[in-house]
Design a protein around this ligand. Structure first.
Ligand SMILES: [Zn+2]
Length: 69
């Protein structure tokens, strides 16, 4: 990745767009913040972040299996 970015775990009130966050009433959000500008480049609620993390891990596992096969 070319751009440095920071991952921040914050209460929903700190979200740039709390109304867009999610439909499951999560009270926490994970923000991806571009450095050094401080611009919020992405946000995920905790449930979406968990789902995405699982999908990423699965893809990585599958990918490494396929590469070593
Ligand atoms: Zn949510």
């Amino acid at each position: 990745m070319v751009n440095q970015f920071l991952v921040r775990f914050v209460p929903k009130e700190y979200s740039a767009h709390p109304e867009r966050l999610c439909g499951h009433n999560c009270d926490r959000t994970i923000q991806f913040i571009s450095q050094p500008s401080g611009e919020i480049v992405g946000e995920l609620c905790v449930m979406d972040a968990e789902t995405m993390a699982k999908d990423l891990l699965e893809a990585l596992e599958e990918g490494s299996k396929n590469l070593s096969a």
